[in-house]
Design a protein around this ligand. Structure first.
Ligand code: DGP
Length: 155
């Protein structure tokens, strides 16, 4: 019997909630962040439902980072980003709002420093400020996911 779903990401992985998927395999999935810091912001998530990197199966850890690095390259190729942040909020006291390991892959674009850093600070402060976020439109997320997926497939 499977363990009970604990986080919203468990429901997304199980297909019970919608998400704009970029890729998936037996151990990891990648889908668009509903509240992107920048266009193309992807979450790379293990299927194993644990909150911190320390709890994650050590064999899955390198796979998770490998997928994240490939997605960064696919964002550059498919969306025209220049580079990317890899961000892990590793536990509730590190501003983790979803208690399920995830690597944020946040693309950076020419001239976006002020906007991206402002949104990143807001993102990290959200837990404390308890402010509602406006989710991105599903069609937009689907379109961006498709562009990243095409670049992954072409690599
Ligand atoms: P963190 O603060 O590191 O736990 O980031 C959690 C991220 O998860 C945050 O950027 C927003 C995103 N998120 C929360 N709920 C959902 C959801 O239902 N769908 C998707 N795609 N992303 C979500």
């Amino acid at each position: 019997m499977n363990p009970p779903a604990r986080s919203i990401f468990d429901h997304i992985i199980a297909g019970a909630l919608p998400a704009s998927f970029v890729c998936r395999d037996a151990h990891c999935v990648a889908f668009m962040d509903i509240n992107p810091v920048s266009r193309g912001h992807v979450l790379v998530v293990p299927v194993q439902s644990v909150a911190t990197l320390e709890e994650l199966d050590p064999q899955v850890l390198p796979r998770l980072w490998q997928v994240a690095v490939r997605i960064g390259a696919a964002q550059r190729a498919g969306l025209g980003s220049l580079a990317q942040h890899f961000l892990v909020n590793d536990g509730k006291d590190a501003s983790q709002s979803v208690p399920h390991v995830h690597i944020h892959v946040i693309p950076r674009y020419p001239g976006d420093t002020a906007r991206t850093l402002r949104r990143m600070i807001w993102h990290l402060a959200t837990l404390k400020l308890r402010r509602g976020a406006r989710p991105a439109l599903r069609e937009e997320l689907d379109g961006t996911a498709a562009a990243i997926r095409r670049a992954l497939e072409a690599a």
